[in-house]
Write a protein that binds this ligand. Sequence first.
Ligand code: C2O
Ligand code: CU
Ligand code: CU
Length: 504
Amino acid sequence: MTHNRRQFLTTVAASAFCLSAPAFVRRGAWASGASPALHLPVIDATASGAFEIAATAGETEFVTGATSPTLGFNRPYLGPVIRVRPGSEVAASVVNRLDVPISVHWHGLLVSGELDGGPHQQIAPGAAWRPRLPIDQSPATLWYHTHIHGETAPRVYAGLAGVLIVDDGNDADRGLPSTFGVDDLVLLLQDKRFDASGAAVYRPGDADLMHGFLGEAVVVNGRIGPRFAVPRGLVRLRLVNGANARNFDLSFSDGRPFALVATDQGLLSKPLPLSRIRLTPGERIELLVDFGSGGEATLVSAPHAETGGTMAMGGMMHDMLPLPETFTAPFPVAAFAVDPSAPVAVRTAPTSLDVPDVPPPSPVATRRFVLNDMGAMMGGMGGGMGHGGHGAASTMAFGINGQPFDMSRLDAEAALGTAERWFVSGEMMGHPFHIHGARFRVLSENGGSPRAENAGWKDTVFVEGEAELLVRFDHPATDANPLMLHCHILEHEDLGMMGQFTVS
Ligand code: C2O
Ligand code: CU
Ligand code: CU
């Protein structure tokens, strides 16, 4: 990276939050006009019971004056926030206007295999998929993205992702901020790498495939350094990690505390006070942040390498397969400034959240899943060791329990209505482990109690060492339309760190 290039990127990170910095003034504004709107558009399907999204190609100015080719649903980059109501059946219409196959997987939605939108529900160019989705779960922030095997990483990076909110209409009664775009904000996080012209590029090298592709600038709803206006009260932030591989470790620049009210599968029984929280690829969190003092705050993240997002063996491996030059210091994600004219609906956090829950049945089986990263690493180092790696990116293979993903092989069969104990571990790296169509509790992490933020129902968990999960299977999946289990570092997933299971 040239000196100018580095300076350019430093300016990207700094300028959006420091409007008076001379460098910012010299370079001109990081655009409002041509870059995407600050808030994702909303499709409210809670009353209509129907929605349509169409995958289209477009162009986006992440950096002023530089156009990037992007993909989105109903817009050039990313898709809308879709709100659905529990207890209803939603008629979804997904149209593919691209010249490549896509699928739309509802990440976190508890539906049966044929409705899941995984690699088996491919939508050909020009075709449409119209599943009827029964919404059978508690309020939660979910998301959706394409999921074609071997092509998920580049297409999600390009923007084929959006947010799906299960909303039962009772959040105001629960004492939670619930006015979209005012005190209930959705922030879909990705990161991008830019070429010399400032256009976003996806050209992973071996080290990128090994670690997962990290961008050099964070984009929130498509914006670098966004600044959100908030009311002078309590604000709910729904954060979705839609990045290919980046872990965030989030806190506020002024150290202010916040309350975690929901994780992947919905509301916790009561708010959990925290001052920092990790968010790994595929995970969602909902935070309540108090802006009652009227002051500004910036949400910042610790650098990826300090969030468990690098190899457990650290030093030596890191030197042999260095991470691309990326954030090495805490970096800003989004700024918040109080708008005194914005209506304040909630001033203090509720002490408990009313969430209906059914205790999980006791486990009927125990399974182990080892996420194989060692063979890929040996291949990536050119040693030809491990599982047949030959040093070329094209042969770099990841797997689970010694086998790379195979669309025609079943890796597990679970019984409908039961629960199982799953021990999941990596070899050398941490991996965000995700299960489709099922939810789980984290019973233990490395033999100890789980991190406080992993106490609720989850569908994705960052496995550093070993995690013990209690997985419940409440939705069927046949061998023609099985459900997926995989690492949500999208490069790992595409290169084989995925398996599939039936539920019957
Ligand atoms: Cu976010 Cu298999 O998915
Ligand atoms: Cu999923
Ligand atoms: Cu992984």
